[in-house]
Design a protein around this ligand. Sequence first.
Ligand SMILES: CC(=O)SCCNC(=O)CCNC(=O)[C@H](O)C(C)(C)COP(=O)(O)OP(=O)(O)OC[C@H]1O[C@@H](n2cnc3c(N)ncnc32)[C@H](O)[C@@H]1OP(=O)(O)O
Ligand SMILES: O=CC(=O)O
Ligand SMILES: [Mg+2]
Length: 571
Amino acid sequence: MVSFETFLQPNLSVPKKSSGMMGYDVPEGVDIRGRYDPEFYKILTRDALQFVADLQREFRNHIKYAMECRKEAKVRYNNGGLPGFDPATKYIRDGEWVCAPVPQAVADRRVEITGPVARKMVINALNSGAKIFMADFEDALSPSWENLMRGHVNLRDAVNGTITFHDQARNKVYKLNDQIAKLFVRPRGWHLPEAHIFIDGEPVTGCLVDFGLYFFHNYANFRKTQGQGFGPFFYLPKMEHSREARIWNNVFERAEKWAGIEKGSIRATVLIETLPAVFQMNEILYELRDHSVGLNCGRWDYIFSYVKTFQAHPDRLLPDRVLVGMGQHFMRSYSDLLIHTCHKRGVHAMGGMAAQIPIRDDPAANEVALELVRKDKLREVMAGHDGTWAAHPGLIPACMEVFTNNMSNAPNQIHSMKRQDASVLVEEDLLQRPRGVRTMEGLRLNTRVGIQYLAAWLTGAGSVPLYNLMEDAATAEISRVQNWQWLKYGVELDGDGLGVKVTMGLFGRVVEEEMARIEREVGKEKFKKGMYKEACKLFTRQCTAPVLDDFLTLDAYNNIVVHQPIGFSRL
Ligand SMILES: CC(=O)SCCNC(=O)CCNC(=O)[C@H](O)C(C)(C)COP(=O)(O)OP(=O)(O)OC[C@H]1O[C@@H](n2cnc3c(N)ncnc32)[C@H](O)[C@@H]1OP(=O)(O)O
Ligand SMILES: O=CC(=O)O
Ligand SMILES: [Mg+2]
């Protein structure tokens, strides 16, 4: 029987090219519901789709199980439990194993630029002078069908070396320099579906599409031109447990076998950006020991995860977002233990992202921002990190200088900075409550940043400059969950000295006033044309939900799914 939903969302995939109709040539059980485009057709080939479908079929139950385990862990934390080291895997933490040697091609990772997979950004990032470019399908990308598919076209052309871009307005042509950064690709997290591709009647797992299509089209060229026989290289986000790393390891082995390349060719750096994962760093490296090139301090998602993990612990509320920096004991402990763990296992310990970006129209403010970045990078290199992230090409020289001047001409500090002192860090260090005050301005800033970020995301921009800082999905999550937490527990804004409590009434007024401020700041015309009202509705709903949503972007995703020829999918 044909369901009403099917009637609303016609399945447009045309299985046979020979039918003469325009459509994708899909293998059995695969259904493309995204727009047809001749360029996308070259990415969504029958063989590439078969490769993705095989991955989905082999791993979907493992992924579902891992997501169920996340839910179980959440129930434990919500019942008062704390994350901690697992006694069952003590033998891994205490063992004397190391990861496979780091390939020469990625030994030096002093500065890595990150950015979405938009065409001009890809060229600029590869030309930026950074050692690595992390091309992002995750925090920095709004995963619309257009963004994703164009992203794959862009990466294919980048790996081929043929990528160009003509900026018509400025009559400027972009192309690759002779010397370019090495490419890493960050697929989405395990939790996100890709609703434009169905396999056996279900939306496929988003990260298997991101990984699968990129690997399928690029592994051979990449290994020849960039990886010196290794690769492709990946960043893996938002994992909570080593069982999730084991799935990635199995995906890599499956892909290597399919391609007929040696086990250990693919390499990946895992972001430690959830609180539960900090207790699993050895275990994660162990699972990926043939494929690892280190761990990275994904500080923004980590802060988000601290709130999420402790959503039912009113004794662990965050102070203002701007006060939760790397100087907080729990954050410093996380970075120190990550460095110790990585270097003990012979791989890179990467630093994270300072949110400052260049401020073009105010040289004094620009210098202050640059100084903050330098300070953050100095802390990282002195602590023992082997490299760091930059959000903008304008920050690369400063970051490079700090790392180069403090690493004694070596490509990394893996063997020189063991940080044995960090081996004594215990659970209390990693969970210590952040210190600081809560203010009305903190509540206001969360609200206007959260709404403006979502408004951009809904119109296709996954990373944006707001108030001279880089904002992306991870930083916006902090704004959302912090508002939710303050509302849920009716916290007192103790930094203002007025004893004001956060209530629904207060929040409602703040939302109205901040919307008015946004309108003044962006101008009436842009405000009317933009998605600010929709963003406000979504953000407000999430901040006031009785039960905290796991991810801002899961809910928001329903608004950017466009099935052909019309209509929206609701998952
Ligand atoms: C928490 C995390 O996950 S962090 C990692 C994910 N987040 C990111 O990757 C954010 C990356 N950064 C960005 O997206 C951008 O820098 C933004 C949105 C913050 C600011 O971008 P813009 O407003 O375009 O910056 P601005 O106007 O100063 O850009 C100047 C030039 O630098 C380029 N540029 C800026 N950032 C980048 C970047 N990350 N990569 C490549 N090029 C960049 C712009 O394309 C522009 O190029 P052009 O002069 O040829 O036109
Ligand atoms: O992905 C990085 C983060 O800080 O989050
Ligand atoms: Mg992140």
